[in-house]
Design a binder for this molecule. Structure first.
Ligand code: GLU
Ligand code: ZN
Length: 303
């Protein structure tokens, strides 16, 4: 048993890259006879995206990627996240940060490589009493950051192998009071007993931070498989402008969902080009050790 999940953000229609990641996540779970859960990551813009959520679920269903109910929504789980933040705060593992994006950028470049690339440079930990007073007098809303206890974390990704990445003082609660993605995902994966996180490899570098958070919260670390992204013919990450990239686009272009599934499965080496198989038929062919480690370059005009 290694329960899995697909956790889309309802910010638009799923494109071929999202659907391919969902297929891989589904195959990981179903090939182990495990549960496959769907979690809607709607921390942002909570109500407006309901229509995308419905469309995303309909597209999963149309391609045969069945899930175990209920579908949960992060917008309905804020109490869980605030509890976890309170646990970290009570342990002295948090501090307030009033930096603007611009200040963070400037501080990072002024630190001349002291802080690793992309890391929060810890400005708000080192303010003088005067600076602190000035900042709080300005009435700027504060975000809450983790006081990270390590600088990096290593894990073995099931697709990419060993990965050693940066851990910095990640934001736990944004300055608008909303829990941050990195915190919510860790809390949810543990609460839902997810043992296998399968997602796009654009999130590979976030994983060390999330593992450190899980450690500090005393939560079990899930295993990870980061699926290579799908790129358009120009080598850029798949997007609307590449043409017919969503299931509804494909339908309009004359493809059935079964044909779209076939193209995704072919890109994973599970079927010959054009060979139609249901998702269920792919389960016995799935072998996690033979998954491609390079991005899938696809021209939606020639799918
Ligand atoms: N919601 C994220 C996304 O759509 C995925 C996060 C995850 O799977 O951990 O990119
Ligand atoms: Zn700060």
């Amino acid at each position: 048993m290694a329960d899995g999940r697909f956790a889309p953000s309802p910010t638009g229609e799923l494109h071929l890259g999202n659907l391919r990641t969902a297929l891989v996540a589904w195959l990981f779970a179903r090939s182990q006879r495990s549960r496959f859960l769907v979690r809607i990551e709607d921390l942002d813009d909570r109500v407006a995206n309901r229509r995308y959520e419905e469309g995303q679920l309909a597209d999963l269903a149309a391609t045969g990627l069945t899930w175990d109910p209920p579908v949960v929504r992060q917008s309905e789980r804020f109490d869980l996240y605030h509890d976890a933040i309170a646990t970290l705060a009570a342990a002295g593992l948090t501090y307030e940060c009033t930096c603007t994006r611009r200040e963070i950028r400037e501080a990072a470049s002024a630190s001349h490589g002291d802080a690793p690339e992309g890391a929060y440079p810890g400005t708000c930990l080192r303010l003088t009493a005067k600076e602190r007073a000035e900042r709080s007098a300005s009435g700027r809303p504060a975000a809450l950051r983790l006081r990270a206890q390590v600088e990096s974390e290593v894990f073995v990704d099931r697709i990419h192998g060993p990965y050693d990445g940066l851990v910095d003082d990640v934001v736990l609660r944004r300055n608008d009071g909303v829990p941050a993605y990195n915190l919510a995902v860790v809390v949810d994966d543990a609460a839902q007993r997810i043992e296998e996180v399968v997602r796009g490899d654009d999130l590979l570098s976030s994983t060390p931070r999330q593992l450190h958070l899980a450690d500090l919260l005393g939560l079990a670390r899930p295993a990870h498989a980061h699926v290579p992204l799908v790129l358009g013919p120009d080598g850029e990450r798949m997007a609307k402008r590449h043409g017919a990239v969503t299931l509804s686009d494909r339908r309009a272009a004359g493809d059935t969902p079964a044909q779209v599934l076939s193209a995704l499965a072919a890109s994973l080496g599970l079927v010959e080009p054009g060979e139609l198989r249901t998702a269920a038929e792919l389960v016995s062919r799935f072998d996690p050790t033979t998954l491609p480690t390079d991005p899938w370059l696809v021209d939606p005009g020639q799918l």
